[in-house]
Design a protein around this ligand. Structure first.
Ligand code: C2O
Ligand code: CU
Length: 505
């Protein structure tokens, strides 16, 4: 990766553990790239769009010729893509018809605490009701081994999440966040994209319509019969944590999916395309490049990150993307011969997993789009504006992952920042940990004592903290008071206690 020569200590690589499938891997580039359908509001009342979503099983063909049972929002994987407007409120009424409790988190959303999808704020399906209540009152805890007692908030059958969306245009996503079981439940399909638009973005001549493509990138493994393979106890109504110790570094699949299809191919015109890259993998990191069929690479023009548009576009030869990060990029296929291919490649992987997907240039077309030199009004935070400095250390301790030496506890708060202020937070770690904050967005101030790298630009909600490297960020607490969390977004680390609360006061 770029910059590795100057940063020798980064060569210590934390990779996770590959879970080998029982199927023959599907043929690469044989499946057309699917684009998830848009979620449509069931109705609008008083300027608020109301959506109905059902979490249920669905049977889909991921591996050609086999059926996979997914746990999906509306029974599909990825879930439907929400398209929202900044400042226009949304209510999502969720019914849970799965066999497990869930918690829905809007990742990157500036969301009030009651709708944040806290891990113990669960939506319990009817069929779990009695069993879940019995276990909860018997143990007062999850009955697991990794964390002290927890408090629960239980909604039976259905509930409503409220998203005021008082935030700028950005590529967000939503996914399950159930205590101890986020990794297996997201793996089984509980994830989707969520796009926020605003006037500032509308006014830009960026590629739009079918040339604005969300790409949810994740890896999975499969059983012989086509079902998802995941190590450890299958999620149930109650029970012990789902991750096996042998996989506590993180589970890596051996089949690469984009928008739920294995190594897909997208037919594109020889024009500019906007790609919203999301790494929705449990634990896999990528360093993405675009390889042209006849040699050479195509650059990315980054226009945005986790928290929306950058001030100005920047050219990137490659993109390091850790779990939960987003890169909003424009790729220009104009110079590519019709009939040729451009492959999205992950240079961190070998063999078949080195390829992610392929673009096939199908035809020439008119292209009214361009990427203007100025994209958005962007206020860079100043270090001098920070009213407090805090340090969070991410590290393994025996059989759990900890923050400042503590496994997750729902009743402890590691910080009490004030609403409306900016703080300087320092993250340090033993390995790669993609650190994510709920509700509050931040800007990277420094990495390993040096200036941030180009790929750290813009507003972010997730940042990869690399081995033995301190990352300083300036966090702006804008939004709501209440309980939020910071955690590692390697989902196996998260399920093995690498989470902590902060309280906005
Ligand atoms: Cu995307 Cu708390 O997570
Ligand atoms: Cu981690």
């Amino acid at each position: 990766p770029a910059g590795s020569a100057a940063r020798p200590r980064w060569s210590y690589d934390h990779k996770g553990t590959v879970l080998t499938s029982g199927i023959r891997p599907p043929r690469q580039f044989a499946t057309p790239l699917p684009v998830p359908p848009r979620a449509r509001p069931a109705r609008t009342t008083g300027g608020v769009d109301v959506y109905d979503i059902t979490q249920r099983e669905g049977s889909v063909e991921i591996v050609p010729g086999l059926r996979t049972t997914v746990w999906g929002y509306d029974g599909i994987f990825p879930g439907p893509t929400f398209t929202a407007r900044s400042g226009r409120g949304m209510e999502v009424r969720v019914r849970n018809q799965l066999s497990v409790p869930t918690s829905l988190h809007l990742h990157g959303g500036v969301t009030p605490p009651h709708s944040d999808g806290y891990p113990t704020d669960v939506l319990v399906p009817a069929r779990c009701g009695a069993a879940f209540e019995a276990a909860r009152t018997a143990h007062g805890s999850r009955g697991g081994t990794h964390a002290p007692a927890v408090d629960w908030t239980v909604s039976p059958g259905h509930r409503t999440y409220t998203y005021p969306l008082d935030q700028r245009a950005a590529t967000l996503w939503y996914h399950d966040h159930r205590m101890d079981f986020s990794a297996p439940q997201v793996w089984r399909g509980l994830a989707g994209m969520f796009l926020v638009h605003d006037r500032e973005e509308d006014a830009l001549p960026l590629p739009g319509g079918e040339r604005d493509i969300p790409l949810m990138i994740c890896d999975r493994s499969f059983e012989e019969d086509g079902s998802f393979r995941y190590p450890g106890h299958s999620p149930a109504c109650t029970g012990t944590p789902g991750v096996q110790d042998a996989y506590m570094d993180g589970v890596l699949g051996d089949v690469q999916l984009v928008n739920g299809a294995p190594w897909p191919q997208a037919e594109v015109s020889a024009t500019r395309h906007r790609l919203r890259l999301l790494n929705a993998s449990n634990a896999r990191r990528y360093h993405l490049v675009l390889e042209k069929e006849h040699g050479g690479r195509l650059p990315f023009t980054q226009i945005g990150g986790d928290g929306g548009l950058l001030a100005a576009p920047q050219r990137l030869a490659g993109i390091p993307i850790s779990p939960a990060e987003r890169f909003d990029v424009v790729v220009d296929f104009t110079g590519c011969p019709v009939g040729s291919a451009v492959t999205l490649v992950n240079t961190l992987a070998n063999g078949r997993m080195r390829q992610v997907m392929r673009f096939r240039i199908a035809r020439r077309a008119k292209d009214p789009s361009h990427v203007p030199a100025r994209l958005s009004r962007f206020t860079a935070l100043r270090a001098a504006s920070a009213v407090a400095t805090r340090h969070f250390d991410f590290r393994r301790s025996g059989a759990v992952w900890t923050i400042n030496g503590r496994p997750f506890s729902t009743s402890e708060f590691l910080a009490r920042p004030r609403l409306g202020t900016v703080e300087r937070w320092r993250f340090t770690s033993d390995l790669h940990h993609p650190v994510h904050l709920h509700m509050a967005h931040f800007q990277v101030l420094s990495r390993a004592g040096r200036a941030p790298e180009p790929t750290d630009a813009g507003w972010k909600d997730t940042v990869d903290v690399r081995p033995h490297e301190a990352v300083d960020v300036l966090v702006r607490f804008r939004g709501y008071r209440g309980r939020y969390m910071l955690h590692c977004h390697n989902l196996e680390h998260e399920d093995m206690a690498m989470m902590a609360n902060y309280l906005v006061v």
